[in-house]
Design a protein around this ligand. Structure first.
Ligand code: SF4
Length: 484
């Protein structure tokens, strides 16, 4: 222990001596965590003059409960009870990140901040115990300033005048606590030996997986509590999915708000070069660079690629070439993919969700029934063969599958061996219209020919029928209010 820790121990021992000098009943709030273990050690010489105060939430880890009961045999144990699961039923599952819709219960599952759950299920019974007491008492607890709990946790709890709260470890750091544990041979619950620096409390709580030591909790539970891990996994997955869904919606809107990305068009006369154009766009590379990478180089570094006779490049031909260049892709086919109907594949809508926040090359079918690849970059579909490359919305793409770019940054991809073309993309804007230009176009068609169906206007302008429907409704409500 350092000199500073010696001083802290001296201070804590003096405070404890003063507490016991008052000759009133003393309780140590005992969760089974490292701070409560240190407090029990510091109070050891007063054994018989205090009791441990433990809140059993009904979900305590079995080894932690055994540890608390063993300490209770030595010092005396006052067991208070709560029902964390009943709290979940009323207020929702506790989570670290909360979506408001789930907190309000508009969207299932219902979620709550873990602060509320812990306040009711862990601190609540101590609060009731104190308020029901008629005689004086002092509650010693292990809250520390370093934990950042507002008002030092239990210390800020309103208590009757005859009850006092004391936090002798308030200035201790985690290192001070662990230094004392080591120097004094304090026995801790055995999960601390796995570098899990937390009391853990409730085994079913999704919060256990939201902390930096979550993977270690999983390892411990896999070995010691495999059935309980299954239950925890199910609840944590449901909570995680709910939060991720809420974030996905915002992420989709944010990517939509990005400036329209640059693109590399397909080449006139190069039938079947859609994969070259789509990957060049997604990777921000030149047409020639990608053609070379796929093994169909453009002679002299320009012109048309040497494509296979009678067909275009197939998606399955590209993955190995890309991997060789350090570009990782994941191929996902959907239930739309021909002759794979019997496989358990994601639906096109499932794939649309997976695409949010990612870049990819999408496999679809053109109007003539031929497979066609388009880029999906920064939340926009980019069709390299269309005069307006941004004419399609993702919802309107008949998705057969996608090649989603993996975690490696495309910028790290090395150049194909025989290409001297610099990696910077040759950009062709192709005179595309901005989103607001297309909106104006929809509005003027609606003005001139209001009877034209949404789908037809969408086809003419190159937006989704849903966009046309929204603009039509907005225009109608403006007319009703007389502001059009
Ligand atoms: S540890 Fe989790 S389940 Fe237990 S009381 Fe706190 S938030 Fe609720």
């Amino acid at each position: 222990m350092t000199t500073k820790t010696f001083d802290l121990v001296d201070d804590a021992q003096s405070a404890i001596a003063a507490i016991f000098g008052l000759n009133v009943p003393v309780y140590i709030a005992f969760s089974g965590g490292k701070e409560s273990a240190v407090l029990a050690k510091l109070c050891e010489s007063y054994a018989g003059r205090f009791e441990l105060l433990w809140v059993n939430t009904g979900l305590t880890f079995p080894h932690l409960e055994a540890y608390v009961r063993k300490a209770g045999e030595r010092f005396g144990l006052m067991e208070l009870k709560s029902n964390a699961l009943a709290d979940w039923r009323e207020h929702g599952m506790p989570v670290e990140t909360l979506s408001v819709s789930n907190a309000l219960g508009d969207v299932r599952p219902k979620l709550q901040s873990w602060l509320g759950c812990c306040a009711r299920s862990r601190s609540g019974p101590i609060h009731s115990f104190i308020h029901e007491r008629k005689e004086p008492a002092i509650i010693i607890h292990g809250q520390r300033k370093e934990d950042g709990a507002p008002g030092l946790g239990l210390q800020s709890m309103p208590v009757p005048a005859h009850v006092a709260m004391a936090a002798p470890l308030e200035d201790w750091t985690t290192d001070d606590v662990m230094g004392f544990v080591k120097a004094n041979g304090v026995e801790l619950a055995h999960h601390y030996a796995r570098a899990i620096p937390d009391s853990l409390d409730c085994w079913a709580c999704p919060i256990n997986l939201a902390k930096p030591w979550g993977p270690k909790v999983v390892d411990m539970m896999r070995e010691e509590y495999p059935e309980k891990l299954e239950i925890l996994r199910t609840s944590a997955q449901a909570a995680h999915r709910a939060v991720a869904d809420a974030q996905r919606i915002m992420q989709a809107s944010l990517t939509r708000a990005m400036p329209e990305p640059e693109h590399v068009p397909q080449r006139e006369g190069a039938s079947g070069d859609c994969f070259i154009s789509a990957f060049a766009t997604v990777l921000g590379r030149s047409y020639e660079w990608v053609a070379e990478a796929f093994g169909f180089p453009c002679p002299d570094g320009g012109g048309l690629p040497s494509l296979p006779k009678g067909r275009g490049i197939h998606m399955f031909e590209t993955a190995a070439a890309l991997l060789d260049l350090g570009v990782e892709t994941t191929i996902i086919l959907t239930t739309n993919f021909p002759s794979f109907e019997r496989l358990q594949l994601p639906s096109p809508d499932d794939l649309r969700k997976l695409l949010q926040g990612r870049n990819a090359v999408l496999l679809t079918v053109g109007p003539e029934g031929v497979e066609h690849a388009v880029a999906w970059k920064d939340g926009r579909v980019i069709d390299g063969r269309h005069e307006d490359p941004f004419w399609l919305d993702l919802e309107d793409v008949h998705l057969l599958g996608a090649m989603i770019l993996g975690p490696k940054a495309p910028a790290h991809a090395r150049a194909p061996a025989n290409v001297n073309v610099p990696p910077a993309a040759p950009i062709a804007q192709n005179g595309h219209r901005t989103a607001s230009q297309r909106r104006e176009e929809v509005l003027s068609i609606l003005d001139a020919t209001p009877d034209l169906p949404d789908r037809e206007i969408a086809r003419r302008v190159g937006v989704s029928p849903q966009t046309v429907g929204n603009l039509r409704r907005r225009q109608a409500s403006k007319l009703e209010r007389g502001t059009a």
